[in-house]
Ligand binder design. Structure first.
Ligand code: FAD
Length: 386
């Protein structure tokens, strides 16, 4: 067993940590207030290779390994979780399935601009009536010569209005169930794609999330991922990969809250001494840090397994479940450590408390992660490590 990072992994982590501390954290509160999408920051991220981390260099990407990617998302989220979600969806739920299931021609045509950050990406799975139960999706497609036409409504789409390419799931016939579902790469810059007003969210306020309706939205036949009928399988494989990224985002939010709580506990004096020296606060910080470390190493292990080419369905779900639930406990305790000041917008923990909330909801709620884990356990004779 080797916990050492490679030279490249250490370089990526240190570079992104410095960038996040200098360029992301200082403005995160102001961006939360304004709700403006930070186009300039995304340009800088593109220049650093952080918008095409998993794409090979010959297709314009940075060609990083899965662990480097996870370190980068964690550090970006530690600086600004709103930026991290935009980076995560571009890299993972958009570029990853194109890279693994797209034709060579599609990859050469769409990946370089995405990987260089000239265009952003996203995914359209959720619908108003199909969230956790993705199998009940209703967005339809039909073949029309050398193209497909898509119709329906997609809900809660991150990067809608700012991204150009979206992976979209649609069904040929809802009666066919999962077998009828295909995955497409949609160019959002066309008349058949209507982006609604951004949702008024609790947190991640500078990330744009909207309902999108598709009215005869055109997808060229070559922009189908895999084969017709494979869409569900492609979505599940993508989520196996991308949930590790949401676990990393949760770690970053948890670490930011830990940083704030520790700093405050050393500075704030009550009953004649810094509150960290009151055992109740010291022990609370000890528990918070221990839980965060446990979630961190489960997440890194899932990323390492993914890098070995192992199918990580259960490991990804376990990492996402533990990291997101831990982040939510840590932000709540960090507010408590701040007392009344934790309830003020003047202090970062108030924002972190709101930002952590969504991590147990998107890319599969905690209940869905438990369903995935329980299903995998049913297949096992023992859970003892191999
Ligand atoms: C900020 C944000 C960004 C998002 N970005 C995207 C995006 O880019 N693309 C995209 O496609 N989607 C996106 N989503 C959607 C997100 O993935 C869904 O909200 C999520 O999957 C849950 O679906 P739902 O909201 O319809 O809840 P529902 O599925 O209606 O669930 C409601 C509650 O019921 C529980 N539940 C449901 N079924 C069961 C069951 N069988 N057993 C036990 N409990 C159950 C759930 O866990 C939850 O607590 C985003 C959501 C948010 C909030």
């Amino acid at each position: 067993m080797d916990f050492e990072l490679s030279e490249q992994q250490r370089m990526v982590r240190d570079m992104v940590r410095e960038f996040a501390a200098e360029q992301l954290r200082p403005g995160a509160g102001a961006r939360d207030e304004s709700g403006e999408f930070p186009h300039e920051i995304f340009k800088e991220l593109g220049g650093l290779g952080l918008l095409g981390m998993l794409v090979p260099e010959e297709l314009g990407g940075a060609g990083m390994d899965a662990l480097s990617y996870i370190f980068a998302i964690e550090e970006i989220a530690r600086g600004d979780a709103s930026v991290a979600v935009g980076v995560s969806v571009t890299n993972s739920v958009c570029q990853w399935p194109i890279l693994h299931f797209g034709s060579d021609e599609l990859k050469r045509r769409v990946l370089p601009a995405l990987a260089r950050g000239e265009e952003l990406g996203g995914i359209m799975l959720t619908e108003p009536e199909a969230g956790s139960d993705l199998g009940s999706l209703r967005t339809s497609y039909r073949r029309d010569g050398d193209r497909f036409l898509l119709n329906g409504a997609k809900a809660w789409i991150t990067n809608a209005g700012v991204a150009r390419r979206f992976v979209v799931l649609a069904t040929r016939d809802a009666k066919l169930g999962a077998k009828g579902v295909s995955a497409f790469v949609l160019d959002a810059e066309q008349p058949g794609v209507h982006v609604h007003q951004p949702e008024k969210k609790m947190g991640l306020r500078s990330s744009k999330t909207s309902m999108v309706t598709l009215e005869d939205a055109v997808v060229p036949a070559g922009d189908l991922l895999g084969e017709e009928g494979q869409g569900f399988r492609i979505a599940l494989a993508t989520l196996d990969h991308s949930r590790i990224g949401i676990a990393a985002q949760s770690l970053g939010i948890g670490q930011a809250a830990m940083d704030e709580a520790l700093r405050y506990a050393k500075e704030r004096v009550q009953f004649g001494k810094p509150i960290i020296d009151h055992q109740a606060i010291g022990f609370r910080l000890a528990d918070m840090n221990t839980e965060l470390e446990a979630a961190r190493w489960l997440t890194y292990r899932a990323a390492w397994l993914s890098e070995q080419g192992v199918r990580t369905t259960r490991s990804s779900a376990e990492a996402k479940l533990l990291a997101s639930e831990t982040a939510n406990r840590i932000v709540a305790l960090a507010v408590q450590v701040h007392g009344g000041y934790g309830y003020s917008r003047e202090y970062a923990v108030e924002r972190l408390y709101r930002e952590a909330r969504v991590t147990t909801i998107y890319e599969g709620t905690s209940e869905v992660q438990r369903m995935v884990i329980a299903r995998a356990l049913k297949e096992l004779a023992t859970t003892a490590p191999a």
